[in-house]
Design a protein around this ligand. Structure first.
Ligand SMILES: Cc1ncc(COP(=O)(O)O)c(C=O)c1O
Length: 398
């Protein structure tokens, strides 16, 4: 069965957003499964592990975290943050519902679909998602965001949150966080940073500037199961101020009483029974250290940079955007762009069948292309050259 499956932690799996599947994560998973702790109720050491892993990840990316939690994925982290923001924008909404109140959530045209899904799950309704336009670097436009918030306010609509993306899934663009904080702060709008994919790059000196202003956001998502090398599921949602999680999720039931004024971990999470997924990240940081993670992330950024420069000068390939992080969208255009969409779709499928290098097709500004993301610490830097060789070879047979 495994031989017939695609493993996202193989070094030449470059489709979607893979991972590394660090060996220490396998041991941590086994250890966590052996003990089978449940972070719904007081869980002793497991809580300490989670707290410390949260602190390490926050320090690593430079987000001043007051509280946070591990979740089962970027989707759930984004939903958790949105529910906290909703409760802050409309206190009591968790009890009273939204009635006829009109709310709005803002994100760029290129935000991940999990934001839309989170808005649907939170009862706000995805017709209330305002898709804000992007600039030539594919980043959310702060002026359009300000105008959309102001227009909503004057029309009696309550803005709940703006969701900036720090590393879009399609091209790895990082929205201008400082400028977005400048828009949201004075207007009292919650700023959430969906850094599920890209936020770990804030720790890499060569990319850190892209994340300027991160510390002014209200909350942030990081998927440790993407660019921090550990196995799924392992995501974090970080909050800059304390109290929001409990305001959104706190409760007391007869089967799980609070100890005096001490609540249970489940009072700060959307999920109920939760395994110690944080142990994978805790052990990975403990064994490899932050410096090693930084070096690994730099290496993946360099490989992406190498691929971008190779495609820029190659006569058969064309780059479709200026990569900011480790995602590159490019296409094979020998002798012009005639039938390029169908050709690149066929080429992506041919590469998947061939299996030497695994990637997936995507569409940028209506152009079908080959898309790769480098997040695997085992991907050798020469993968960039190899990728173009294999693509060129397979294209000649189409
Ligand atoms: C920017 C972004 N946000 C959220 C998600 C959803 O994360 P998950 O699949 O862990 O739920 C993804 C997944 O690729 C993503 O790229």
């Amino acid at each position: 069965m495994l031989d017939a499956s695609v493993s996202p932690s193989r070094p030449l799996y470059l489709a979607y957003i893979g991972s590394t599947g660090l060996e220490i994560g396998v041991l941590a998973s086994a250890l966590a499964a052996t003990y089978d702790a449940n972070l719904a109720a007081a869980a002793g050491g497991a809580e300490l592990v989670e707290k410390q892993a949260l602190r390490w990840a926050s320090e690593f990316v430079g987000f001043p975290t007051a509280e946070g939690t591990f979740t089962s994925g970027g989707m759930t982290s984004n939903l958790t943050a949105l529910l906290v923001a909703r409760e802050r924008a409309v206190p009591g909404a968790r009890f009273d519902g939204l009635g006829s109140r009109r709310l709005a959530v803002y994100c760029s045209e290129e935000a991940h679909h999990s934001v839309v899904r989170a808005v649907e799950a939170s009862g706000i309704g995805s017709r209330s998602v305002r898709r804000i336009g992007i600039d030539e670097s594919r980043r959310m436009r702060p002026d359009e965001l300000a105008a959309a918030i102001d227009a909503d306010r004057s029309a009696g609509v309550t803005p709940v949150a703006a969701v900036a993306t720090a590393g879009t899934t399609l091209t790895g663009a990082v929205d201008p966080l400082a400028e977005l904080a400048e828009v949201c702060g004075p207007r009292g709008v919650w700023l959430h940073v969906d850094g599920a994919y890209g936020l770990p790059a804030a720790a890499a000196p060569s990319a850190a500037d892209l994340f300027a202003g991160l510390e002014r956001a209200d909350s942030a998502t990081i998927d440790a199961h993407k660019w921090l090398g550990v196995q799924k599921p392992c995501s974090l949602v970080l909050m800059r101020r304390p109290g929001g999680l409990e305001a959104a999720f706190g409760h007391e039931e007869r089967y799980m009483l609070h100890h005096g004024d001490i609540s249970n971990p489940v009072d700060r999470t959307l999920e109920y029974s939760r395994p110690v997924n944080s142990l994978r990240l805790w052990m990975a940081f403990r064994v490899h250290g932050a410096e090693q993670f930084r070096a690994w992330i730099e290496q993946t950024l360099e490989t992406a940079g190498r691929l971008a420069s190779l495609t820029r000068t190659h006569d058969e390939f064309e780059l479709l955007h200026k990569p900011q992080l480790s995602t590159v969208c490019f296409r094979h255009v020998p002798g012009g762009a005639r039938e390029a969409d169908a050709h690149n779709l066929a080429l992506a499928h041919a590469m998947q069948r061939d299996g030497r290098i695994y990637l997936a097709p995507a569409s940028v500004d209506g152009h079908t292309c080959l898309r790769v993301t480098f997040v695997n610490f085992r991907t050798p830097p020469e993968a960039a050259d190899r990728l173009l060789e294999v693509a060129s070879e397979l294209a000649s047979d189409l």
